[in-house]
Design a protein around this ligand. Structure first.
Ligand code: ADE
Length: 358
């Protein structure tokens, strides 16, 4: 370990000596390690669950089954019942499988990361955490809190999940050979109490003078999140039918998005697919440009068609109303259709074209 890495781990351990959270599965900083069974149970419970939520479950669980042999002999249904409320029930099933395997091996957990990893249902994170915390083995323990601390400390710019490899390498470079369990838990406590996702309390951080993200004034930007998946894109049509200073408006069906609102007639793009392009009247139709709109779950190109015929009477059989153009702003059109109406009014009379309104 180079001098700056050593310097980081020493500062962190000194901070832990003063500020470690007292938790029921923990030994005090610098004290001999706690029982592997209790470490293992706590680490499984703490995956996807907060420390505050785990504490009462951990107490009930270890009181009822104080040893790995006791747990191995438990009824599945009893374990599931005590687990109820913690969620992610596969964890409880894996826990039982693992307890039975350890009991069959004589009731002692293996003390290396590699041998722990070979137990049923015991993943890479748990193996590293138990090896470090219960057996003092040097292991690189990276959970979401550690990930955030390391990504900030080294301003690792590669977005997750690809950035995890660089984060792990950097975490490995600062993990000491001594007190590796305390070091892992110090990183977790720092992440949970100071290097928080939002509004990190850098003024209290023992590593702030070496934190590259903080130096750049960008602690909160790390770890870099993956770009959001692109929204689906849809195409649809809306129909502008004008007669003697009034436009044909319909009332949208249903309770869903835009349901119950007045609108121009359209071709069904809202139903999770492109529109059918089937107009409410036979035609003739002219191009009226298009309107781009972004909804929460998709983006839409709405192609506007302008009616240039005079067979208005065939609309009489359809639901709708003639709405006077001079009061169009009182129709309560949703933004998409208000944009389309503006486009139609800008193009009717003023030369029809391919104008695009954003
Ligand atoms: N989260 C996961 N493991 C933990 C531990 N040992 N202490 C605090 N938070 C944790």
């Amino acid at each position: 370990m180079d001098a700056s890495a050593q310097n980081i781990s020493e500062s962190l351990l000194a901070w832990y000596d003063a500020h470690a959270r007292a938790l029921p599965w923990r030994a005090a900083p610098g004290a001999p390690p706690p029982d592997a069974y209790r470490v293992w149970i706590s680490e499984v419970m703490l995956q996807q669950t907060t420390v505050a939520a785990v504490i009462p479950y951990f107490a009930r669980f270890t009181e009822r089954w104080p040893t790995v042999e006791a747990l191995a002999a438990a009824e599945d249904g009893d374990v599931m019942a005590v687990w109820a409320g913690l969620g992610y029930y596969a964890r409880a099933r894996n826990l039982l499988a693992c307890a039975r395997a350890v009991a069959a091996m004589g009731g002692r957990f293996p003390d290396s990361e590699e041998a722990l990893r070979a137990l049923p249902g015991l993943g890479a994170y748990t193996a590293a955490a138990v090896a470090a915390i219960a057996f003092g083995r040097r292991a690189v323990v990276v959970d979401a809190n550690v990930e955030r601390v390391v990504a900030r400390l080294f301003a690792i710019a590669k977005p997750l999940p690809a950035g995890r490899a660089a984060i792990r390498t950097a975490a490995g470079a600062i993990t000491p050979h001594e007190r590796s369990g305390d070091f892992a838990q110090a990183m977790m406590d720092l992440g949970a109490t100071i290097c928080t996702t939002r509004a990190p309390r850098c003024l209290l951080c023992p590593l702030s003078d070496r934190c590259l993200a903080r130096q750049a004034g960008e602690a909160e930007s790390f770890p870099v999140k993956p770009a959001k998946a692109a929204k689906p894109h849809r195409k649809g049509h809306a129909w502008w039918i004008e007669r003697h200073g009034a436009v044909w408006l319909v009332r949208r069906q249903g309770k869903g998005m835009l349901g119950g609102m007045r609108a121009l007639p359209d071709d069904g793009w809202i139903a999770g697919r492109d529109g059918t392009a089937v107009p409410p009247l036979a035609g003739p139709w002219q191009a009226g440009g298009s309107v781009a709109h972004v909804f929460t779950h998709f983006s839409l190109d709405l192609n506007l068609r302008l009616y240039s015929g005079s067979d208005w009477d065939s609309l009489a059989a359809q639901d709708g109303e003639w709405w006077p153009l001079e009061r169009l702003d009182e129709a309560g059109l949703p933004t998409l259709f208000a944009k389309a109406a503006r486009l139609a009014q800008a193009t009717t009379g003023a030369g029809r074209g391919d104008e695009v309104i954003q």
